[in-house]
Ligand binder design. Structure first.
Ligand code: TXA
Ligand code: MG
Length: 343
């Protein structure tokens, strides 16, 4: 298809390459750039046509709005109607960093970014390279995760390139992302702040700053037929590797015997370091037993690895849902299409 035969440049993080990336953004092009969470597929957020090309390149549903990335707090002012006291507190505490807040949008934000919603999601990333590209372009950058829709979010430049080669103008290689899964998304419009997507900034940390928040039901539960969603992203298939992921909710012994008894060359385990010696299948680990931060960091990376290793079935241990664990379980449930075997 002619629109997908772009010459995708591979850029480094030198000053010169960052200037090149910023120039592509200014000219209405598409650049994959590293952030501390996952790689983003960025375009000028004020250019509706450029933003539309993000949807085409990803094959993204046209009702799933994008996050707008800024480099400093003052950049938010022209983009939103107002910033509440609670939002200011969260910005002060967690920006720059892996937190996205949703506000009422100003007329400067094109409909293409928000899919005609009257709210806009804003994030100030902490990654040096993301910030440098935003600053150098002098523009807010709209960026979803840099993967074909439905797949696993990219945490290395290689992951972006494998998915989007030919579809984007450049990929900036900033190494592996530190957090490893997407930002926390919180709706700041309405009576009470509402957590729509858990992330590295936890519900507990947010409540500590601004009091009670609502945890949206859709975070740990599949949508019921016809259920209304506040974040369109909740509707769609997500984070699916080629391998079939099945979650096993069991204690150590039951998990080991279930995995060990299952037949087949291409069966793999996604477990913890301490489990490996008890399992007779190939394993990738989420780190030390029930260490949620390390699990967040390893989850997407390992899902990409399973595909490279030719896995057909992956039996994943169910992490705990406290702290960052809520984000890990939220993503894992979606990669498994909510298939959980409880033993
Ligand atoms: O860490 C991240 O957030 C990464 C990096 C690149 O910053 N970006 C990212 O974008 O994960 P994306 O598009 O994959 O996820 C954005 C989520 C989607 O579920 C979308 O539906 C939701 O945020 N969203 C965006 N704008 C919204 C709005 N106005 N109201 C409700 N949900 C919104
Ligand atoms: Mg995404």
């Amino acid at each position: 298809m002619s629109e997908f035969n772009k010459q995708t440049k591979l850029l480094s993080t030198t000053k010169e390459d960052i200037q090149t990336a910023a120039k592509i953004i200014k000219n209405g092009g598409l650049v994959c750039l590293p952030t501390e969470t996952v790689y983003g597929l960025g375009a000028n957020a004020l250019n509706g046509e450029a933003v539309l090309n993000i949807f085409k390149a990803k094959g993204r549903a046209n009702d799933n709005p994008l996050i707008v990335h800024i480099a400093k707090f003052d950049d938010i002012k022209p983009l939103v109607k107002s910033v509440s006291e609670k939002a200011k507190i969260l910005a002060q505490k967690f920006w720059p960093g892996p937190l996205t807040m949703i506000f009422e949008k100003s007329s400067l934000i094109p409909d293409e970014v928000t899919c005609k919603m009257d709210t806009v999601a804003i994030r100030m990333p902490s990654h040096k390279v993301a910030r440098a590209i935003i600053e150098e372009s002098g523009l807010p950058i709209a960026a979803p995760s840099a993967n074909i829709s439905g797949g696993v979010s990219p945490v290395t430049a290689e992951h972006c390139y494998a998915d989007l080669k030919g579809r984007v103008d450049a990929v900036v290689d900033g190494g592996e992302c530190e957090v490893g899964l997407e930002s926390t998304v919180i709706l700041m419009v309405g009576d009470k702040p509402r957590l729509l997507r858990p992330g590295f900034v936890t519900a507990e940390q947010i409540s500590e700053q601004i009091g009670e928040i609502i945890i949206d039901d859709a975070i740990l539960n599949p949508l019921k037929k016809g259920q209304q969603v506040l974040s369109p992203g909740m509707k769609y298939k997500h984070y699916s590797p080629s391998a079939k992921v099945i979650i096993i909710d069991a204690d150590d012994e039951k998990y080991y015997s279930y995995v060990n008894q299952s037949q087949g060359e291409d069966v793999f385990a996604l477990c913890y370091d301490e489990d490996v010696e008890h399992i007779n299948k190939k394993c990738l680990t989420l780190g030390k037993h029930f260490d949620n931060e390390s699990a967040a960091n390893r989850l997407f990376y390992n899902l990409h690895q399973f595909d490279l290793m030719g896995a057909k079935v992956v039996f994943a241990r169910l992490p705990k849902t406290d702290g960052v664990g809520l984000a890990v379980v939220n993503r894992l449930l979606r990669s498994a299409g909510f298939e959980v075997i409880k033993l």
